[in-house]
Every structure is written in C-alpha cells, then in structure tokens.
Design a protein around this ligand. Structure first.
Ligand code: FAD
Length: 419
C-alpha cells in the first residue's frame, strides 16, 4: 500500500461542514490525505457567533457519524429548546419550555438541544489529527490541470502557496471561492439586516425575560431575537426589514446602542432593555443573504448550465452550496448532514484503494469519484431545497405586517408535527 500514492483530498474552509467532513474521513481507513485550508489565521482569530440547536435528523446524525455525540452531550443545553414569542407590547403569544431537569439519557430524547458555536467548533477541532488544518490559507482560485485524461486541481492561496489535489471540497461558506470555479451564482440580499449584540451577565429582569432558550419579539419590519448562550451570555439580533443600503447609510447603527434602540420606537420599555443591557463594544451589523431558489448548485439544475468534465472532482457543501437566512435554524445542521453524506460517498469510492500510480486506474477512479460526488450533489440539493423554502417562508412570516400572528401559527403547527 505504501508505494501507492494516497488520494489527495483538499477541503477549503474550517467551518462546521469542513471540520465534520475531515473528522469522518479521518475515522475511515481510506488511503488518502485529508487537508483543510482555512482563511482565518488561527482557531481563535475570529469570534464564532452564538448558540445553535442540533437537529436529530441532521446535525446530531453527523455528530454520531463523527463519533462525537457523547462529547456533544456534555455541552448540550436541553433546556435551551424553550421558546417564547412576544409582540412589541410584550404580550406573550407562545411560551414553550424545553425539557427541564437532568440531561436525558442516550436515546431518550429526540429534540433539538443547543450548543454554543465555539463549543461545537472546539469539539470538532480537537478531534482532528495534528496538522490537518492549514490556517491563513485564503483560497484565490481552483484550476483543473488535465494530464492524459486525468484531472487534478491546482489551488492557489493569497499567501502564494499552491497545492495540487485529486478531490476538492468547497466548504468555504456563502462567498465560496470554490463555487466560482463551477457556477457564477451568488447569494442575494433577503431584505433583512441584523445587528448582532451581546449581553454579558444580564440583569435579572433581562435574564427572566429571555428565559433558558429563545425569545422572539416580532412586529412587522422590526424584530428582536434573543438567545441564551452558555456562560451567562445572551446573544441578541435586532432585525430590520430594510433596503440593502440601510446599514451602509447609517454607520451609527454599528457604533451605538442608543441608535439601535431608536429603531424600535413604540416598543414596550421592558423589551428595549435587551438593547440597553448589551455590551457597547459587541455590535456587529450584518446583511442577511440567501442563495436564490431554485438552488443553482448542482449546475445541472439550470438549463444550459452543465459542469465541465474537467471539474468533476469538485463539489460543495453547506453554505457554499446553499446559504439561507437563520429563520429556520437549519444552516449548521445542513452543513453537517452534507458532510456526513459526502464522507460516506467518498469512502465508498475509495474502496478498494485505487492505484493512482497507474493512468488507467486513475481514469477509472476519476469516474468512480465523479459518480459518487454527483449522487451526493443530488441528495444535498433535495434536502437543502426543502429547507431553503422553509427558511424563506419563515422569514416572510416573522417579518410580516401581522407578525407575530402568522409566524406563531406556523411554529405551533411545526411543533405539533414534530411530536
Ligand atoms: C446571524 C446568523 C445566525 C445564524 N444562526 C444559525 C442557527 O441558529 N442555526 C443554524 O443551524 N445556522 C445558523 N446560521 C447559519 C450557519 O452559521 C451557517 O449555515 C453555517 O455556519 C454553515 O457552515 P459551513 O461550514 O458551510 O460554512 P461557514 O460556517 O461559513 O464556514 C466557512 C469557512 O470557510 C472559510 N473560508 C471562507 N472563504 C475562504 C477562502 N477563500 N479560503 C479559505 N477559507 C475560506 C471561512 O473563514 C469559514 O471558516 C446563522 C447564520 C447567521 C449569519
């Protein structure tokens, strides 16, 4: 075996999708090198964001495939599934508790416990073999290099490093560079912008208002979504239904809590404490983007848009293929489910071990891996399309003129269906 060159698998992006994929591939006995190329300079380079709920049919399945479910359960906040929905007068429209008491035993509970994004990321990072991640590698381009009918891919990074790979996975998020090698399409503005703020050590009034899980306050073009995180932190999204230029034209919204509060005129004063209690230095404005529906990846979805044969060894997963608004809480779950499915497809195509020292065997391997990747593409697209529609519908209901009425009806129907 040692004389046979390993299949070189390059994953671009160390988000939840890329990390999960690398972990599951490394658990297998395939004869391959698995490398992640990540733009960030280190694991702690960037703040990772708030709490996530992992769903039993996707995120949790992936954690099990990664043999990290027990680790996940150590941090999972089961009570975090609780949810309250209010209107701007502080009237309660929906109040549901998450499971309280000690964490349920394995197999006792199929709900959606919360975990902080940093904790999830640390679990995944710690599970990888040393030197798997190449930090500070900002991908600029992926170019196919075809020799004697065999495809290889040249990845070029901003630090001038170049790498050759046999299989390339774009796990590089909404603005994926890998995707640009295959399709020109990009996510589009959803009509909603978020201002992300953080409350540390909240006063008891705010703490009680938010409860152990999620608090959503919906009132037409303005919403506030507050989510309990670990370590006595509450993460708050102030959502504004506005034009794409709204935040750019109002830089003060990225600088002062009082400017953000002014966006919520007429709201019950107790609700405005969610803004007043935040850390002034925590403000992050962001526009919310989503991939248009029908999803443009895989390219066979669109008439006249076929993948070039030389690009057959490339695929995408997670946000790179299907960015969606957070209104269905599906993004991380889909990215991780994609990773688990893709790992299975790749492992299947690499057994028995292809002899990459032989041109004929390489061509055969190329056909096998291409077939496996296209089956994965279809499965990913089918799953993500449903969730992309759901996210778009939730956004419309949550930010509708009659909110929270329609959104609450939908949540109730969803929770009943989920039982
Ligand atoms: C405000 C907000 C709240 C959200 N809340 C939730 C939620 O509650 N639940 C949920 O499930 N989802 C949520 N999401 C969505 C979720 O964050 C994403 O769907 C998820 O992170 C996608 O994972 P990923 O691995 O595909 O991509 P990402 O997490 O985007 O990771 C991509 C990685 O690729 C790297 N990268 C990018 N470009 C390059 C390059 N050129 N070269 C090298 N590396 C590169 C990035 O640095 C990053 O590390 C939310 C999103 C937002 C914006």
């Amino acid at each position: 075996m040692s004389s046979i060159p390993p299949v070189r698998i390059a994953i671009v992006g160390a988000g939840p999708g890329g990390l999960t994929l690398a972990r599951i591939l490394q658990l297998s006995d395939i004869h391959a090198t698995v490398d992640i190329y990540e733009r960030d300079l280190s694991a702690t380079y960037r703040q990772q964001g708030g709490s996530l709920d992992l769903h039993p049919e996707s995120g949790q399945v992936a954690m099990k495939a990664a043999q990290l479910f027990d680790e996940f359960r150590k941090y999972a906040r089961y009570e975090g599934e609780g949810m309250r929905i209010l209107d701007k007068d502080a009237k309660v429209w929906l109040s549901v508790d998450g499971p309280l008491g000690p964490p349920p035993g394995e197999g006792e509970y199929g709900g959606r416990p919360e975990i902080d994004r940093t904790q999830l990321r640390d679990i995944l990072l710690d599970s990888l073999k040393p030197s798997t991640i190449h930090w500070g590698h900002n991908l600029q381009s992926v170019i196919p290099v075809v020799t004697e009918g065999v495809n290889e891919y040249k990845l070029t990074f901003a630090n001038e490093v170049q790498v050759i790979a046999d299989v390339v996975i774009g796990a590089d998020g909404a603005w994926s560079r890998v995707r640009t090698a295959i399709i020109p399409d990009k996510p589009v503005y959803t009509g909603v912008s978020f201002i992300d703020i953080t409350i540390r050590n909240p006063p008891s009034t705010v703490s009680d208002l938010v409860g152990p899980g999620l608090l959503g306050i919906f009132a037409g073009s303005r919403s506030i979504i507050a989510q309990r995180n670990a370590k006595d932190i509450i993460r708050v999204y102030a959502a504004l239904r506005e034009s794409p230029d709204y935040l750019d034209e109002r830089p003060e919204l990225g600088q002062s809590l009082s400017s953000i509060e002014a966006e919520f005129k007429g709201w019950h004063t107790s609700l405005l404490d969610l803004i007043r209690a935040a850390d002034q230095n925590s403000i992050i404005p962001r526009k919310i983007y989503a991939t248009p529906i029908p999803l443009p990846y895989p390219p066979s979805n669109k008439a006249g848009s076929e993948r070039q044969p030389s690009l057959s060894g490339i695929t995408l997963l997670g946000d790179a293929a299907h960015t969606m608004s957070p209104f269905a809480g599906e993004g991380v779950n889909l990215a991780m489910a994609d990773a688990a499915d893709l790992a299975q497809s790749i492992v299947g195509a690499l057994q028995p071990t292809p002899d990459l020292s032989d041109v004929e065997a390489r061509v055969e391997f190329q056909q096998l891996i291409s077939h496996a990747l296209r089956i994965f593409d279809s499965k990913m697209e089918a799953r993500a399309s449903v969730k992309a529609e759901e996210s778009a519908r939730n956004l419309e209901l949550a930010m509708a003129e009659d909110a929270p009425a329609g959104f609450v009806e939908r949540l109730k129907a969803f929770r009943l269906a989920d039982k």
